[in-house]
Design a binder for this molecule. Sequence first.
Ligand code: NAD
Length: 244
Amino acid sequence: MVAVVTGAAGAMGGAIAAELGARGHAVVLADISGRRLAEAADRLTADGRAAHPYRCDVTDRAEAEALAASALAAFGRVDVLVNVVGGYRGRMYEHVLDIPLDRFDEAVRLNLRGTFNLTQLFGRHMRERGAGRIVNISSVAKNGASGQADYAAAKAGVVAFTRSCALELGPAVTVNAVAPGVIRTSVMERIPADVQARYRERIPLGDFGDPVDVARAVAFLAGDDGRYVTGEVIHVSGGFFGCL
Ligand SMILES: NC(=O)c1ccc[n+]([C@@H]2O[C@H](COP(=O)([O-])OP(=O)(O)OC[C@H]3O[C@@H](n4cnc5c(N)ncnc54)[C@H](O)[C@@H]3O)[C@@H](O)[C@H]2O)c1
């Protein structure tokens, strides 16, 4: 089995690549950051996994096409696509009335465009092969998040895109999303301590999550156990649904 994971040099993407590798997948790791990407791939190969690092801006169509060509040339097939690239740049919390238009455009581009590109490219391949799994990373912010209206809108878009693709790519391909809550990654460093405390109070399971928690949900959807699940959103959030 072969999996393509975008954003694989990041905390979440790296954990997802490692989890799928541990479950026997050869992993194509795609990321715009070449150096951290090589380190992520080295960690997999050190564990005896097949890893194929590929530097790529997934929002760029030509680069996404080159990634698809490279993955298929290397392995001949792709069974699983995990679209992890996302997030937002600039200030962590910005009132909706103050969000600059270019920041809104960037949020939509970063969270949706790469997912759209790769779903088209690998979705076509999967449908022709008659099998495939696509998992997109959304966020609990999709339910509404003050200070993050642009990001929230883009992550809600990821869910709408996921469900639309599930309708159109079945029965061969399942398409699902995972919506993480607050996960211990570098993003945490940008959340002020008082806001972290407010988040924690609202999490029924009492703590933030780890990247591996997200990775295990992705692996479920990508594996045999997720065979009859499509168009679904799994919240990995300790019971926290955003809307702070
Ligand atoms: N960290 C959290 O608490 C949290 C919560 C909910 C959702 N999420 C979502 O999870 C995903 C991963 O989050 P993370 O915390 O690991 O982020 P991260 O910033 O650590 O990782 C993102 C990775 O994507 C890469 N990247 C950025 N733009 C790219 C592009 N155009 N093409 C290719 N690669 C690109 C970056 O180099 C980075 O390695 C994002 O979609 C984020 O919105 C994160």
